[in-house]
Write a protein that binds this ligand. Structure first.
Ligand SMILES: [Zn+2]
Length: 89
C-alpha cells in the first residue's frame, strides 16, 4: 500500500464524503411532481440566490429532468415569473 492509499483510508473509513447523502432526482422520486414554468415556488429551488440555474451536481436531478427544469426556468424568465438576475438581494 502506497502513501496515498494510507492517507485515504486513515480513520474511521469515512473518506471525506461523510456529510454528502446520496441525492435522488426529485421528479423521478415523485411522479406527481410536475415541472411547470408557472410554478415559481418549485423553480426557485433550482436557482441560486442571484437567479442562476444550479448545476446538476447540486440539485441532484437526473439529466432528463435537469434539462426540463432549466428549460422551464428559461421560459419563466421570458414571461417574467423568474428573474434573470437579482442584483440587490
Ligand atoms: Zn429525474
Amino acid at each position: 500500500m502506497n502513501n496515498y492509499q494510507n492517507r485515504k483510508n486513515a480513520g474511521t473509513g469515512f473518506v471525506r464524503r461523510a456529510y454528502t447523502r446520496k441525492k435522488v432526482c426529485r421528479f423521478c422520486a415523485d411522479k406527481n411532481l410536475k415541472i411547470d414554468y408557472k410554478d415559481s415556488r418549485l423553480m426557485r429551488n433550482f436557482v441560486s440566490e442571484r437567479g442562476k440555474i444550479m448545476p446538476r451536481r447540486i440539485t441532484g436531478n437526473c439529466a432528463y429532468h435537469q434539462r426540463r427544469v432549466s428549460k422551464a426556468i428559461k421560459i419563466s424568465r421570458t414571461v417574467s415569473i423568474m428573474p434573470y438576475t437579482s442584483v440587490n438581494i
